[in-house]
Design a binder for this molecule. Structure first.
Ligand code: 7PJ
Length: 280
């Protein structure tokens, strides 16, 4: 599919998976350590990821690591809007998503040139978000999270994590469609690491086909996350590349259509190999 059509709809089932590059514009994000708060540095990092094959740049101005606090809307816009404007000017065709739970921030980001709304609350945090997506035609990512970033890792509990996540996502897809969001503009995401223990994250990846079977395009963001560190005994997030690529490959083979990643070049290669294998 062309980059241009990705700006208005999710990738379809027979298309190769696309990579969403992570661009944090926060001073406290765990894996980038706040290196990308400066606008020029952030745009240079986005450019590098685009050169490496990222189809989508995901701009996040609010850290959602466990225990982190909400960032006021005005501060999120102050961090994200100038970066989005410059990426848009330099890369007119790239798809840009805004990682926010706030409709006001999403609106400002869309005005600055963003295309997609990546809402980790799946339209629950802000009652104005569904209508914003419906009226603007912006594709929207609906992610599962148990609790909120402040409390989600305190004691995550499930009887059947895959069943519960799938039921939640199916419900939010219905709500999004009822609000007027077109099906081809809906992306679902089981929310790796959001209110989940290591065993929950592993089960979701092991049974990802059950999430894919819901229907909409599936996004997986496992890159550098702590369950990889716990499984491998590796504390440094930057040292989790091979583990992250294994997760990307498993997700791509199970039918995920968008892989959210820090290490774009390597993830694009892994996704392409998986797509080639599936074609045989
Ligand atoms: C995700 C995200 C994810 C979606 C983050 C990190 C934490 N958005 N934002 N899915 N993760 N849709 O990158 O480690 O998994 S922030």
């Amino acid at each position: 599919m062309t980059v241009e059509s990705l700006r208005r709809r999710a990738p379809g089932p027979s298309e190769p998976p696309v990579v969403m590059g992570v661009l944090n514009v926060t001073p406290d994000s765990f894996s980038d350590g706040g290196r990308f708060v400066d606008v020029e540095t952030a745009v240079a990092h986005a450019t590098r990821m685009i050169d490496d094959g990222a189809a989508i740049i995901d701009v996040g101005a609010e850290s959602t690591r466990p225990g982190s606090r909400p960032v006021p809307d005005t501060e999120q816009v102050r961090r994200a809007a100038p970066v989005i404007k410059r990426i848009r000017r330099r890369h007119p065709h790239v798809c840009i998503s805004i990682d926010t739970q706030s409709a006001a921030v999403a609106r400002a980001a869309l005005d600055a040139g963003a295309d997609w709304i990546n809402d980790i609350s799946a339209l629950r945090a802000d009652p104005a978000m569904a209508d914003l997506a419906a009226t603007t035609g912006a594709p929207v990512v609906l992610m599962h999270m148990q609790g909120t970033p402040q409390t989600m890792q305190d004691n995550p509990t499930y009887d059947d994590v895959v069943g519960e996540v799938a039921a939640f996502l199916a419900r939010q897809v219905s709500a999004a469609e009822s609000a007027g969001i077109r099906p081809e503009r809906i992306v679902i995401d089981p929310g790796i690491g959001f209110g989940k223990r290591t065993e929950h994250n592993l089960q979701i990846l092991a049974r990802l086909r059950e999430i894919v079977a819901i229907g909409p395009a599936v996004l997986i963001g496992a890159s550098r996350k702590s369950f990889i560190g716990k499984t491998l005994g590796i504390d440094d997030p930057e040292d989790r590349l091979a583990g992250s690529l294994a997760c990307a490959a498993v997700a791509a083979l199970a039918g995920a259509r968008i892989i959210r990643a820090h290490d774009v070049r390597e993830t694009v290669h892994a996704a392409r190999i998986c797509h080639s294998i599936k074609a045989h």
